[in-house]
Design a protein around this ligand. Structure first.
Ligand code: C2E
Ligand code: MG
Ligand code: MG
Ligand code: MG
Length: 283
């Protein structure tokens, strides 16, 4: 507990806060070692093309396989990784690993898949970010159009010339760009005119109550219509039910991602899935 008195603050011992900062410190120490110990794994969640009825690609979602704590979800360590800057080496590892895996599946004879990789703002602001993307493509041999970078509105909206130039250079490589969690950031929408992204990922908070919340239904309908008019693909995230899926199809949504089709799964399971669904592609 702390108390303000005439400009001086008195800090008292607070067991809860102490416990939390200890936990944080412990987490940070382990996080620093996790990369060299190879403790990160990538789960893949299929992205389904509603028009073709095929698996279009997948999103790479990092997990931390800690020897004692088990599987730690990104929500529990990405914020700290961003605060400490560790997101840069972690994110760069995810990028390269996801490209290598996607190329490996292609070499095995599966149809070409597009892999989506989340890029945190801090990563995007690295001076050599474009070079890092080029290296990942070169070292994996993956075709640029099989890679999609997911950035948030806060990155895309940034009016700093350097950021716009970085986005243009990425686009010039032939790499795709998606806006993740669309509708939840501070969007002025003007950035959509300035820079043509490939896909808008409609945030799952709008999808959740889609079939019982009229406001969410209106927002989703409008976002799909807007993206069509702008010739940008629409992708709905967090689709869990058949009802949501039906609604999205009726509105002409291009792609979906969600538990209704599959959760994020380990690479080996993803491969089994594309094996089983192989005939799907041949339609
Ligand atoms: P995101 O990029 O928006 O990823 C979608 C999240 O929604 C994933 O959570 C996914 O498991 C979850 N999800 C997918 N379908 C459904 C559904 O039908 N219902 C529900 N309730 N959830 C669904 P996850 O894997 O825990 O990742 C959380 C966030 O962590 C991601 O949100 C992303 O912002 C971040 N993240 C994950 N991997 C990376 C990474 O490699 N780099 C960076 N910078 N961030 C990452
Ligand atoms: Mg994402
Ligand atoms: Mg998202
Ligand atoms: Mg998110």
């Amino acid at each position: 507990r702390s108390k303000e008195k005439g400009g001086n603050s008195y800090h008292y011992y607070h067991p809860e806060m102490n416990k939390r900062s200890l936990h944080r410190l412990n987490l940070e120490i382990h996080l620093r070692k996790a990369l060299e110990r190879n403790e990160f794994v990538i789960y893949y969640q299929p992205i389904v093309d509603l028009r073709q009825g095929t698996v279009f690609g997948m999103e790479a979602l990092v997990r931390w396989q800690h020897p004692e704590w088990g599987l730690v979800s990104p929500g529990e360590f990405i914020p700290l990784a961003e605060e400490t800057g560790l997101i840069v080496p972690i994110g760069n590892w995810v990028l390269k690993e996801a490209c290598i895996q996607t190329k490996a599946w292609q070499k095995k004879g599966y149809p070409s898949l597009v892999v989506s990789v989340n890029i945190s703002a801090i990563q995007f602001h690295q001076i050599h970010f474009v070079q890092i993307v080029m290296n990942a493509l070169e070292e994996s041999g993956l075709s640029p159009d099989q890679l999609c970078l997911e950035i948030t509105e806060n990155v895309a909206m940034n009016n700093v010339p350097y950021i716009i130039e970085t986005m243009q250079r990425i686009k010039a490589l032939g790499v795709r760009i998606s806006i993740d969690d669309f509708g939840t950031g501070y969007s002025s929408l003007s950035y959509l005119k300035r820079f043509r992204v490939n896909t808008l990922k409609i945030d799952q908070s709008f999808i959740r109550d889609l079939t019982c919340d009229e406001d969410n239904a209106a927002i989703v309908t409008a976002l799909i219509a807007m993206s069509h008019r702008l010739k940008i693909k629409s992708l709905a995230e967090g689709v869990e039910t058949k009802e949501q899926l039906d609604f999205l199809m009726s509105q002409g949504c291009d792609k979906i991602q969600g538990f209704v089709f599959s959760k994020p799964i380990p690479a080996a399971d993803f491969e089994l899935m594309i094996q089983k669904n192989k005939q799907l592609y041949l339609v």
